[in-house]
Write a protein of this length. Structure first.
Length: 261
């Protein structure tokens, strides 16, 4: 049965230890819009929420359902055919080439690093081309810059070709040009049918590329809506403080979030 486009989180509660900070999400769903951004200050629960949504953390209460099925009861291989996840940090045990690293994303489809199947080779080639790493496909991971390493991992996530892709700060280690290029890639993939959920720190990039924003504060959803509704002083000041300023881009009229003294 094809993916219905819904990853549902219901009555979630999570704490790393009793009596400490806790994440509380009564109801939330992903997959209804092309690109959904999760924003909020450090420590607000963005990465924790994404890990629970990916099935990597078990909530203390509540449930996560993928296409109507409890995620906790599904096999990881079955989950991976529909749901992709890229964490902030990705340790590498061996000095793979860029192409081999991207090929790791085909594991959910039975692929291997050698990519014997034509479908695997084609998916990896598309992913490397999307992040502009095709010229470096033979280069080993140890000989890449920080930004190139991040793009190589993103290629692996794209090569998986999931219906729904969760990414935790994919633009970290990227300069402004590369970050914008990556968000354009994700937006293009979303336009082709893939659904994308991305944790972001850059609120201006979020305004440009996200169709929906979820603002977290102290482990709770403070706001959920289109960027124009979320990126306002009234919404942002309680979460980030008043050392920011919201203005409008003179051409696009999209919100620009600037630091101020």
């Amino acid at each position: 049965m094809p993916f219905s486009g819904q990853l549902a989180l219901r009555n979630l509660r999570f704490a790393y230890e009793p009596g400490s900070w806790a994440l509380h999400v009564p109801a939330l769903s992903f997959g209804g819009e092309p690109v959904c951004g999760i924003v909020g200050p450090n420590g607000s629960g963005k990465s924790t929420l994404l890990k629970i949504a990916a099935g990597l953390l078990s909530p203390g209460a509540g449930a996560v359902e993928l296409d109507g099925k409890p995620l906790a009861r599904m096999r990881r291989a079955d989950i991976a055919r529909t749901l992709g996840f890229l964490p902030q940090e990705c340790p590498v045990l061996f000095d793979y080439t860029v192409e081999q690293l991207a090929a790791m994303g085909r594991h959910a489809h039975g692929g291997v690093l050698e990519m014997a199947a034509p479908g695997d080779r084609e998916a990896v080639a598309r992913a490397l081309d999307a992040v502009k790493l095709e010229p470096l496909r033979r280069r080993t991971f140890s000989h890449l810059s920080g930004g190139e390493r991040r793009r190589a991992w993103i290629a692996s996530a794209l090569a998986q070709e999931p219906a729904l892709l969760l990414l935790d700060e994919p633009t970290q280690s990227l300069d402004l040009h590369q970050a914008a290029m990556l968000m354009e890639v994700l937006a293009r993939k979303a336009a082709e049918g893939m659904r994308v959920v991305v944790v972001m720190h850059d609120l201006t990039l979020a305004a440009l590329f996200c169709d929906r924003l979820i603002l977290l504060q102290d482990g709770k959803i403070a706001a959920d809506g289109i960027p124009d509704e979320i990126l306002t002083p009234e919404r942002l000041f309680p979460a980030f403080g008043d050392k920011i300023e919201v203005v409008r881009h003179p051409d696009t009229q999209k919100p620009l979030i600037l630091a101020k003294k």
